[in-house]
Design a protein around this ligand. Structure first.
Ligand code: TTP
Ligand code: MG
Length: 406
């Protein structure tokens, strides 16, 4: 049976979540990414704002110049994560062959589902309707015989779109499109291809392979296959998470040790609560720092025993931080902390001493209270320091750069 793959991506995701929660924002140019007087970039722009040329990744200072009437919102990651979970839960009702790609994007293998819904097209209509009714969000869907063609179709249909490419029509569908529309072609590759006189996907698909490979390496071959509509990647339901991390960029580069420590503590607590929610233990803690000149370092420490407590994650992160700061004089632009080498399940309790046991009980109690009253219902002495720096909402502090990495 010929494969049918659906790609679904929410329209202007972060912005649309804000609009669904506050109807006054609907139909207006809205940007999520931060206040325009602070540094940072556009994370998501409403389609009204895009008419002024605004797009993701654009510096906020440029965005306000192009569209002074835009409404700028800091954004709050917990809200988007919550909407994302509900979105994925709706998709999972339609097919168990579901591969989430990012917060607002997923592939579904829908081969053979015609009989359930009349047609795959009808199935997509139903999915879009449920997303609209239950979440107040718009989604765009592409349907084709492969991931790459389905993704391009969804992208092309935006916003609130639905586009199906019939089997056998993949090549002619892709042919006239600019190369930049092909997944895998980033800014750099686009420039290289332009230099070779390749502007359309059709041209890319007919370029002699040797010439392509000499300019793009092995990825040249893959891109040419995609350009011809050939892609046998399967829809792969996710395996268990390999790591959990949180990071943030400071509004201003900083050397302030107490701010660095407080932020590390906060991010570490976020990591710890996610770890416990997944019922996992970690053996490895990593610190990430980006300095003012964008040099980025990661430092890892392997623990002698696995852990899921905030205190151990923070203590280890702090040890790595102190070491890193003693070796580098530059101010810090970004800080992040993560855990990896994850194992399922509880630690063997009889191996723990009394104080470790107390810590575990404390963490569980904190999780319960935060579940009920929000993340900031309980503060450690250290994170209280953040009150003066980041705006606080029910879901926790609103950090400066809403990005997928957090
Ligand atoms: P996208 O799906 O790329 O963008 P979008 O949903 O805002 O708009 P559309 O799909 O209609 O073109 O990314 C999903 C979310 O991921 C986006 O709302 C915000 C976040 N994001 C960033 O934080 N930084 C980025 O550079 C990008 C591209 C997205
Ligand atoms: Mg999207």
């Amino acid at each position: 049976m010929a494969r049918r793959i659906m790609h679904i991506d929410l329209d202007a995701f972060f912005v649309s979540v804000e609009q669904a929660l506050n109807p006054e924002l609907s139909g207006k140019p809205v940007v999520v990414g931060g206040r325009p007087d602070r540094r940072g970039v556009v994370a998501s722009a409403s389609y009204e704002a895009r008419q002024f040329g605004l797009h993701a990744g654009m510096p906020l200072s440029t965005a306000i110049r192009l569209c002074p009437q835009a409404i700028f919102i800091e954004g709050s990651f917990p809200k988007y994560r919550d909407a994302s979970r509900k979105f994925m839960a709706i998709l999972a009702d339609f097919s168990p062959f579901l591969e989430p790609v990012s917060l607002d994007e997923a592939y579904l293998d829908v081969t053979g589902f015609e009989s359930l819904y009349g047609s795959i097209h009808q199935m997509a209509v139903k999915i879009k309707q449920r997303i609209k009714d239950e979440l107040g969000l718009y989604a765009s869907a592409g349907i084709a015989s492969s991931k790459v063609v389905a993704k391009v179709a969804a992208e092309l249909s935006k916003p609130d779109g639905l586009l199906e490419v019939d089997s056998g029509k993949e090549r002619s569908f892709l042919a006239p499109l600019p190369v930049a529309k092909l997944p895998g072609v980033g800014k750099k590759t686009e420039q290289i291809l332009k230099g070779l006189g390749i502007n359309t996907i059709s041209k890319l698909s007919t370029m002699p392979l040797n010439a392509l490979k000499s300019h793009l390496g092995v990825s040249g071959e893959l891109l040419q296959r995609y350009a011809s509509g050939i892609d046998d990647r399967k829809v792969e339901p996710p395996g268990p998470a390999k790591s959990i991390s949180r990071e943030t960029t400071f509004g201003k580069d900083t050397r302030d040790r107490s701010l660095l420590k407080a932020t590390l503590r906060y991010l570490g607590e976020r990591v710890g609560s996610e770890l416990r929610e997944q019922g996992k233990q970690a053996r490895c803690v990593a610190l990430k720092l980006r300095y003012a000149d964008f040099t980025t370092i990661t430092r890892r420490h392997t623990l002698s025993q696995t852990t899921d407590t905030d205190q151990t994650i923070f203590d280890t992160g702090l040890m790595l931080l102190k070491k890193a700061l003693s070796q580098e004089r530059q101010p810090v632009r970004l800080i992040g902390i993560g855990v990896s080498n994850l194992a399922e399940g509880e630690r063997q309790l009889d191996m723990l001493d009394a104080s470790a046991r107390r810590l575990e009980r404390l963490n569980k109690a904190i999780d319960r209270i935060r579940d009920k009253y929000g993340f900031s219902a309980i503060q450690t002495g250290r994170t209280l320091r953040l009150k003066d720096i980041f705006p606080e909402t029910e879901g926790g502090y609103t950090l400066q750069t809403p990005s997928l990495s957090r």
